[in-house]
Design a protein. Sequence first.
Lengths: 192, 223
Amino acid sequence: MRSPEVSGVMLPAVRDGASLNHALDLGYRQVLLERGSLLALVGPLVSAARQGIAIFVNLDGVEGLAPDTAALNFLATDLGFSGVISVKPHALRDASRFRLRTVQRIHAIDSTGLETGLSSIVSPVPYAIAVAPAVAVPQVISTVRAATAAPIWGTGFITSVGQASEVLAAGAAVVSSSSPEVWHAFSPVPVR
Amino acid sequence: MLVLAPVQFKAPPEEVEAIATRAIVPPARVRPVDGSVAKLQEMFAKVPVAAVIRRSEELPRALASQVPAVFFVRAPAFHLGPLVWAVQAKHKMAFVHIDLIAGLGKDRAGIAFLAREIGVNGIITSHSGLVAAAKAERVIAIQRLLLYDDLALPSAMTALEHARPDIVEVLPGVIFPLVVDQIRARFALPIIVGGFVTEPGQREAALQRGALAISTSTAGLWS
Protein backbone atom coordinates (compact mmCIF):
# COMPACT_ATOMS: atom_id res chain seq x y z
CA MET A 1 0.00 0.00 0.00
CA ARG A 2 1.39 3.36 -0.94
CA SER A 3 -1.09 5.44 1.00
CA PRO A 4 0.23 6.97 4.24
CA GLU A 5 0.37 5.01 7.50
CA VAL A 6 -0.83 5.92 10.98
CA SER A 7 2.00 7.27 13.12
CA GLY A 8 1.74 8.05 16.82
CA VAL A 9 -0.96 7.23 19.32
CA MET A 10 -3.54 9.96 18.71
CA LEU A 11 -5.99 9.91 15.80
CA PRO A 12 -8.02 13.15 15.70
CA ALA A 13 -11.68 12.52 14.80
CA VAL A 14 -12.89 15.37 12.58
CA ARG A 15 -16.26 16.18 11.09
CA ASP A 16 -15.89 19.41 9.15
CA GLY A 17 -13.37 21.75 7.53
CA ALA A 18 -12.69 23.67 10.73
CA SER A 19 -11.84 20.60 12.81
CA LEU A 20 -9.78 19.17 9.94
CA ASN A 21 -7.70 22.35 9.73
CA HIS A 22 -7.33 22.48 13.48
CA ALA A 23 -5.93 18.92 13.61
CA LEU A 24 -3.55 19.60 10.71
CA ASP A 25 -2.38 22.89 12.29
CA LEU A 26 -1.43 20.93 15.41
CA GLY A 27 0.92 18.88 13.24
CA TYR A 28 -1.08 15.68 12.99
CA ARG A 29 -0.28 13.49 10.00
CA GLN A 30 -3.51 11.47 10.32
CA VAL A 31 -7.22 12.12 10.74
CA LEU A 32 -10.38 10.08 11.03
CA LEU A 33 -13.43 11.50 9.27
CA GLU A 34 -15.96 10.35 11.83
CA ARG A 35 -19.15 12.25 10.92
CA GLY A 36 -20.38 14.82 8.46
CA SER A 37 -20.51 14.89 4.68
CA LEU A 38 -17.49 13.41 2.98
CA LEU A 39 -18.51 14.97 -0.32
CA ALA A 40 -18.52 18.50 1.16
CA LEU A 41 -14.94 17.98 2.37
CA VAL A 42 -13.46 16.18 -0.63
CA GLY A 43 -11.25 19.12 -1.71
CA PRO A 44 -9.39 19.70 1.57
CA LEU A 45 -9.18 15.97 2.30
CA VAL A 46 -7.65 15.16 -1.08
CA SER A 47 -5.06 17.91 -0.79
CA ALA A 48 -4.18 16.62 2.69
CA ALA A 49 -3.87 13.07 1.36
CA ARG A 50 -1.55 14.33 -1.42
CA GLN A 51 0.68 15.84 1.27
CA GLY A 52 1.00 12.47 2.96
CA ILE A 53 -1.72 12.77 5.59
CA ALA A 54 -3.28 9.39 6.40
CA ILE A 55 -7.04 9.70 6.06
CA PHE A 56 -9.40 7.16 7.56
CA VAL A 57 -13.14 7.28 6.96
CA ASN A 58 -15.85 5.95 9.26
CA LEU A 59 -18.09 4.29 6.66
CA ASP A 60 -20.93 3.97 9.17
CA GLY A 61 -20.81 7.61 10.21
CA VAL A 62 -20.17 9.82 7.18
CA GLU A 63 -22.96 11.03 4.96
CA GLY A 64 -22.98 10.99 1.19
CA LEU A 65 -21.36 7.59 0.63
CA ALA A 66 -22.97 4.24 0.01
CA PRO A 67 -21.14 1.36 1.70
CA ASP A 68 -20.61 -0.36 -1.66
CA THR A 69 -17.71 -1.19 -3.96
CA ALA A 70 -18.14 1.95 -6.08
CA ALA A 71 -17.67 4.15 -3.01
CA LEU A 72 -14.68 2.14 -1.76
CA ASN A 73 -13.03 2.27 -5.16
CA PHE A 74 -13.52 6.05 -5.17
CA LEU A 75 -11.93 6.41 -1.71
CA ALA A 76 -8.95 4.23 -2.58
CA THR A 77 -8.25 5.06 -6.22
CA ASP A 78 -9.54 8.58 -6.80
CA LEU A 79 -8.96 10.11 -3.39
CA GLY A 80 -5.91 8.15 -2.18
CA PHE A 81 -7.25 7.69 1.36
CA SER A 82 -5.51 5.29 3.72
CA GLY A 83 -8.29 3.23 5.23
CA VAL A 84 -11.84 2.78 6.45
CA ILE A 85 -13.53 1.96 9.74
CA SER A 86 -16.76 0.01 9.89
CA VAL A 87 -18.65 -2.50 11.99
CA LYS A 88 -19.82 -4.24 8.81
CA PRO A 89 -17.68 -7.27 7.86
CA HIS A 90 -18.78 -7.25 4.22
CA ALA A 91 -17.79 -3.60 3.76
CA LEU A 92 -14.34 -4.36 5.22
CA ARG A 93 -13.88 -7.37 2.96
CA ASP A 94 -14.69 -5.19 -0.05
CA ALA A 95 -12.37 -2.46 1.23
CA SER A 96 -9.39 -4.81 1.48
CA ARG A 97 -9.91 -5.66 -2.20
CA PHE A 98 -9.22 -2.01 -3.00
CA ARG A 99 -6.08 -2.11 -0.82
CA LEU A 100 -7.59 0.14 1.83
CA ARG A 101 -6.49 -0.52 5.41
CA THR A 102 -9.45 -2.00 7.24
CA VAL A 103 -10.27 -1.11 10.81
CA GLN A 104 -13.07 -3.23 12.24
CA ARG A 105 -15.10 -1.44 14.86
CA ILE A 106 -16.36 -3.60 17.72
CA HIS A 107 -19.10 -2.22 19.94
CA ALA A 108 -18.20 -2.85 23.56
CA ILE A 109 -21.71 -2.26 24.89
CA ASP A 110 -22.15 -5.39 26.99
CA SER A 111 -20.73 -8.91 27.07
CA THR A 112 -23.37 -10.16 24.61
CA GLY A 113 -22.58 -7.44 22.09
CA LEU A 114 -18.83 -7.92 22.48
CA GLU A 115 -19.18 -11.66 21.81
CA THR A 116 -21.15 -10.95 18.64
CA GLY A 117 -18.58 -8.41 17.47
CA LEU A 118 -15.60 -10.64 18.14
CA SER A 119 -17.19 -13.57 16.34
CA SER A 120 -17.51 -11.39 13.23
CA ILE A 121 -13.83 -10.40 12.94
CA VAL A 122 -12.98 -10.57 9.26
CA SER A 123 -10.31 -12.40 7.44
CA PRO A 124 -7.77 -11.27 6.25
CA VAL A 125 -6.89 -9.97 9.71
CA PRO A 126 -7.90 -6.30 9.90
CA TYR A 127 -5.28 -3.54 10.12
CA ALA A 128 -6.71 -2.81 13.57
CA ILE A 129 -9.70 -3.49 15.81
CA ALA A 130 -11.36 -0.32 17.05
CA VAL A 131 -13.15 -0.77 20.37
CA ALA A 132 -16.05 1.65 20.86
CA PRO A 133 -16.47 3.35 23.27
CA ALA A 134 -12.75 3.72 23.93
CA VAL A 135 -13.35 4.19 27.67
CA ALA A 136 -14.41 0.52 27.81
CA VAL A 137 -10.96 -0.62 26.57
CA PRO A 138 -9.48 -1.30 30.04
CA GLN A 139 -12.44 -3.59 30.80
CA VAL A 140 -12.48 -5.56 27.56
CA ILE A 141 -8.94 -5.57 26.18
CA SER A 142 -8.03 -9.01 27.53
CA THR A 143 -11.12 -10.53 25.88
CA VAL A 144 -10.35 -8.77 22.58
CA ARG A 145 -6.68 -9.81 22.72
CA ALA A 146 -7.72 -13.43 23.15
CA ALA A 147 -9.78 -13.21 19.95
CA THR A 148 -7.38 -11.43 17.59
CA ALA A 149 -3.75 -10.56 17.00
CA ALA A 150 -4.63 -7.22 15.36
CA PRO A 151 -3.61 -3.99 17.13
CA ILE A 152 -6.40 -2.52 19.27
CA TRP A 153 -7.57 1.05 18.89
CA GLY A 154 -9.99 2.93 21.09
CA THR A 155 -12.59 5.26 19.50
CA GLY A 156 -15.45 7.25 20.98
CA PHE A 157 -16.15 9.07 24.25
CA ILE A 158 -12.61 10.25 24.86
CA THR A 159 -13.21 13.75 26.16
CA SER A 160 -10.28 14.24 28.52
CA VAL A 161 -6.53 13.76 28.44
CA GLY A 162 -6.77 11.47 31.47
CA GLN A 163 -9.18 9.12 29.70
CA ALA A 164 -6.95 8.95 26.62
CA SER A 165 -3.90 8.13 28.76
CA GLU A 166 -5.83 5.44 30.63
CA VAL A 167 -6.89 3.75 27.39
CA LEU A 168 -3.32 3.82 26.05
CA ALA A 169 -1.95 2.53 29.36
CA ALA A 170 -4.42 -0.36 29.17
CA GLY A 171 -2.76 -1.42 25.93
CA ALA A 172 -4.49 0.39 23.06
CA ALA A 173 -2.11 1.20 20.20
CA VAL A 174 -4.05 4.23 19.00
CA VAL A 175 -6.80 6.32 20.54
CA SER A 176 -9.18 8.57 18.67
CA SER A 177 -10.84 11.68 20.09
CA SER A 178 -12.98 14.51 18.78
CA SER A 179 -11.87 16.87 21.53
CA PRO A 180 -9.36 19.59 20.46
CA GLU A 181 -8.20 19.80 24.07
CA VAL A 182 -7.05 16.18 23.90
CA TRP A 183 -5.45 16.82 20.49
CA HIS A 184 -3.42 19.64 22.03
CA ALA A 185 -2.08 17.43 24.79
CA PHE A 186 -0.95 14.75 22.34
CA SER A 187 0.14 17.16 19.62
CA PRO A 188 3.24 15.94 17.76
CA VAL A 189 4.62 19.50 17.53
CA PRO A 190 5.34 21.61 20.61
CA VAL A 191 2.52 24.08 21.25
CA ARG A 192 3.82 27.63 21.42
CA MET B 1 -99.97 -29.69 17.88
CA LEU B 2 -97.30 -28.71 20.26
CA VAL B 3 -94.09 -27.51 18.70
CA LEU B 4 -91.11 -27.33 20.95
CA ALA B 5 -88.86 -24.44 20.35
CA PRO B 6 -85.24 -25.51 19.83
CA VAL B 7 -83.23 -25.11 22.99
CA GLN B 8 -81.16 -21.97 22.90
CA PHE B 9 -78.02 -22.15 24.93
CA LYS B 10 -76.02 -19.00 25.17
CA ALA B 11 -73.25 -18.49 27.65
CA PRO B 12 -72.76 -14.96 28.90
CA PRO B 13 -70.07 -13.17 26.83
CA GLU B 14 -67.52 -13.01 29.66
CA GLU B 15 -67.77 -16.79 30.07
CA VAL B 16 -67.25 -17.36 26.34
CA GLU B 17 -64.08 -15.33 26.58
CA ALA B 18 -62.95 -17.29 29.63
CA ILE B 19 -63.48 -20.59 27.84
CA ALA B 20 -61.56 -19.38 24.80
CA THR B 21 -58.72 -18.20 27.02
CA ARG B 22 -58.53 -21.56 28.75
CA ALA B 23 -58.35 -23.29 25.41
CA ILE B 24 -55.31 -21.39 24.13
CA VAL B 25 -53.34 -20.57 27.24
CA PRO B 26 -51.16 -23.35 28.66
CA PRO B 27 -51.65 -23.83 32.40
CA ALA B 28 -48.05 -22.83 33.11
CA ARG B 29 -48.75 -19.21 32.27
CA VAL B 30 -49.51 -17.01 35.23
CA ARG B 31 -51.12 -13.63 34.99
CA PRO B 32 -49.00 -11.03 36.76
CA VAL B 33 -51.07 -9.18 39.31
CA ASP B 34 -49.43 -5.81 38.71
CA GLY B 35 -47.01 -5.25 35.85
CA SER B 36 -46.86 -1.47 36.04
CA VAL B 37 -43.75 0.69 35.93
CA ALA B 38 -44.58 1.93 39.44
CA LYS B 39 -44.59 -1.65 40.72
CA LEU B 40 -41.26 -2.35 39.03
CA GLN B 41 -39.74 0.78 40.60
CA GLU B 42 -41.02 -0.33 43.98
CA MET B 43 -39.42 -3.76 43.48
CA PHE B 44 -36.13 -2.23 42.34
CA ALA B 45 -36.12 -0.03 45.45
CA LYS B 46 -35.65 -3.22 47.46
CA VAL B 47 -33.25 -5.08 45.15
CA PRO B 48 -31.86 -2.77 42.43
CA VAL B 49 -30.61 -5.48 40.07
CA ALA B 50 -31.95 -7.06 36.87
CA ALA B 51 -30.48 -10.43 35.88
CA VAL B 52 -29.42 -10.58 32.23
CA ILE B 53 -29.94 -14.09 30.84
CA ARG B 54 -28.02 -15.04 27.70
CA ARG B 55 -28.48 -18.82 27.85
CA SER B 56 -31.34 -20.75 29.39
CA GLU B 57 -29.01 -22.66 31.73
CA GLU B 58 -28.30 -19.36 33.50
CA LEU B 59 -31.96 -18.98 34.45
CA PRO B 60 -32.24 -21.26 37.55
CA ARG B 61 -29.73 -19.17 39.46
CA ALA B 62 -31.64 -15.99 38.62
CA LEU B 63 -34.90 -17.60 39.71
CA ALA B 64 -33.35 -18.57 43.03
CA SER B 65 -32.00 -15.04 43.59
CA GLN B 66 -33.81 -11.99 44.93
CA VAL B 67 -33.69 -9.99 41.67
CA PRO B 68 -37.11 -8.57 40.80
CA ALA B 69 -36.57 -8.58 37.03
CA VAL B 70 -35.03 -10.83 34.40
CA PHE B 71 -33.85 -9.53 31.02
CA PHE B 72 -33.76 -12.14 28.26
CA VAL B 73 -31.28 -11.26 25.53
CA ARG B 74 -30.67 -13.49 22.53
CA ALA B 75 -33.44 -15.94 23.41
CA PRO B 76 -35.18 -17.96 20.67
CA ALA B 77 -38.62 -16.36 20.40
CA PHE B 78 -40.68 -19.45 19.88
CA HIS B 79 -39.26 -21.31 22.86
CA LEU B 80 -39.41 -18.38 25.21
CA GLY B 81 -42.83 -18.94 26.80
CA PRO B 82 -41.91 -21.45 29.55
CA LEU B 83 -38.85 -19.37 30.52
CA VAL B 84 -40.94 -16.21 30.87
CA TRP B 85 -43.66 -18.03 32.83
CA ALA B 86 -41.09 -19.55 35.18
CA VAL B 87 -39.88 -16.01 35.95
CA GLN B 88 -43.42 -14.75 36.55
CA ALA B 89 -44.26 -17.73 38.77
CA LYS B 90 -41.48 -16.44 41.05
CA HIS B 91 -43.22 -13.03 41.18
CA LYS B 92 -40.49 -11.43 39.08
CA MET B 93 -41.00 -9.46 35.89
CA ALA B 94 -39.74 -10.78 32.56
CA PHE B 95 -38.35 -8.50 29.84
CA VAL B 96 -37.27 -9.49 26.37
CA HIS B 97 -34.67 -7.72 24.26
CA ILE B 98 -36.44 -7.80 20.91
CA ASP B 99 -33.50 -6.53 18.83
CA LEU B 100 -31.44 -9.64 19.59
CA ILE B 101 -34.16 -12.24 19.74
CA ALA B 102 -33.89 -15.03 17.18
CA GLY B 103 -36.75 -15.87 14.87
CA LEU B 104 -39.01 -12.90 15.55
CA GLY B 105 -39.74 -9.90 13.34
CA LYS B 106 -38.50 -6.64 14.82
CA ASP B 107 -41.86 -5.01 14.23
CA ARG B 108 -45.35 -4.46 15.65
CA ALA B 109 -46.38 -8.05 15.04
CA GLY B 110 -43.30 -9.29 16.87
CA ILE B 111 -44.08 -7.06 19.84
CA ALA B 112 -47.72 -8.15 19.81
CA PHE B 113 -46.63 -11.80 19.89
CA LEU B 114 -44.41 -11.22 22.92
CA ALA B 115 -47.04 -9.15 24.73
CA ARG B 116 -50.15 -11.19 23.97
CA GLU B 117 -49.07 -14.76 23.32
CA ILE B 118 -46.20 -14.96 25.77
CA GLY B 119 -47.30 -12.24 28.15
CA VAL B 120 -43.95 -10.58 28.78
CA ASN B 121 -43.93 -7.68 31.24
CA GLY B 122 -41.83 -5.50 29.01
CA ILE B 123 -39.75 -5.02 25.90
CA ILE B 124 -36.16 -3.83 25.64
CA THR B 125 -35.11 -2.21 22.37
CA SER B 126 -32.81 0.47 21.04
CA HIS B 127 -35.28 1.45 18.31
CA SER B 128 -37.69 4.31 18.96
CA GLY B 129 -40.33 2.83 16.65
CA LEU B 130 -40.50 -0.35 18.70
CA VAL B 131 -40.86 1.66 21.91
CA ALA B 132 -44.08 3.11 20.54
CA ALA B 133 -45.31 -0.37 19.57
CA ALA B 134 -44.52 -1.70 23.04
CA LYS B 135 -46.42 1.14 24.68
CA ALA B 136 -49.37 0.48 22.40
CA GLU B 137 -49.38 -3.11 23.69
CA ARG B 138 -49.37 -1.77 27.26
CA VAL B 139 -46.14 -3.45 28.29
CA ILE B 140 -43.21 -1.62 29.88
CA ALA B 141 -40.89 -0.11 27.25
CA ILE B 142 -37.19 0.05 28.08
CA GLN B 143 -35.14 1.92 25.50
CA ARG B 144 -31.45 1.08 25.29
CA LEU B 145 -29.10 3.97 24.79
CA LEU B 146 -26.04 2.38 23.19
CA LEU B 147 -23.32 4.92 23.82
CA TYR B 148 -20.25 3.94 21.86
CA ASP B 149 -19.61 7.32 20.36
CA ASP B 150 -19.83 10.79 21.93
CA LEU B 151 -20.76 12.29 18.57
CA ALA B 152 -23.83 10.03 18.53
CA LEU B 153 -25.08 11.23 21.93
CA PRO B 154 -27.16 14.18 20.63
CA SER B 155 -29.04 12.00 18.13
CA ALA B 156 -29.57 9.34 20.79
CA MET B 157 -31.09 11.99 23.08
CA THR B 158 -33.37 13.19 20.28
CA ALA B 159 -34.51 9.61 19.67
CA LEU B 160 -35.29 9.32 23.37
CA GLU B 161 -37.29 12.53 23.26
CA HIS B 162 -39.46 11.21 20.42
CA ALA B 163 -39.94 7.71 21.81
CA ARG B 164 -40.56 8.60 25.47
CA PRO B 165 -39.93 5.12 26.88
CA ASP B 166 -40.91 4.18 30.44
CA ILE B 167 -37.29 3.50 31.37
CA VAL B 168 -33.97 4.15 29.67
CA GLU B 169 -31.09 1.69 29.90
CA VAL B 170 -27.66 3.29 29.47
CA LEU B 171 -24.83 1.08 28.16
CA PRO B 172 -21.95 0.46 28.70
CA GLY B 173 -21.86 1.15 32.43
CA VAL B 174 -18.55 2.99 32.26
CA ILE B 175 -20.27 5.75 30.23
CA PHE B 176 -23.02 6.44 32.79
CA PRO B 177 -21.10 8.93 34.97
CA LEU B 178 -20.07 10.83 31.80
CA VAL B 179 -23.63 11.31 30.53
CA VAL B 180 -25.91 11.17 33.57
CA ASP B 181 -26.09 14.95 34.03
CA GLN B 182 -26.89 15.54 30.36
CA ILE B 183 -29.67 12.94 30.43
CA ARG B 184 -31.08 14.20 33.74
CA ALA B 185 -31.13 17.76 32.42
CA ARG B 186 -33.58 16.71 29.71
CA PHE B 187 -35.52 13.73 31.02
CA ALA B 188 -37.01 12.64 34.32
CA LEU B 189 -36.93 8.99 33.21
CA PRO B 190 -35.72 6.24 35.52
CA ILE B 191 -32.33 4.95 34.35
CA ILE B 192 -31.00 1.40 34.40
CA VAL B 193 -27.25 1.02 33.95
CA GLY B 194 -25.90 -2.03 32.14
CA GLY B 195 -22.99 -3.31 30.10
CA PHE B 196 -19.80 -4.64 31.73
CA VAL B 197 -21.11 -4.03 35.23
CA THR B 198 -19.23 -6.90 36.85
CA GLU B 199 -18.01 -5.59 40.21
CA PRO B 200 -19.97 -4.67 43.36
CA GLY B 201 -18.17 -1.30 43.32
CA GLN B 202 -19.57 -0.49 39.88
CA ARG B 203 -23.07 -1.36 41.07
CA GLU B 204 -22.75 0.94 44.09
CA ALA B 205 -21.29 3.77 41.98
CA ALA B 206 -24.20 3.61 39.51
CA LEU B 207 -26.80 3.59 42.29
CA GLN B 208 -25.11 6.49 44.03
CA ARG B 209 -25.30 8.52 40.82
CA GLY B 210 -29.06 7.98 40.81
CA ALA B 211 -29.60 4.86 38.71
CA LEU B 212 -32.85 3.00 39.42
CA ALA B 213 -31.06 -0.34 39.02
CA ILE B 214 -28.25 -2.09 37.22
CA SER B 215 -28.57 -4.93 34.73
CA THR B 216 -25.88 -7.59 34.69
CA SER B 217 -25.17 -11.13 33.54
CA THR B 218 -22.64 -11.52 36.37
CA ALA B 219 -24.47 -13.92 38.67
CA GLY B 220 -22.36 -12.82 41.64
CA LEU B 221 -24.16 -9.45 41.59
CA TRP B 222 -27.67 -10.93 41.62
CA SER B 223 -27.79 -11.51 45.36
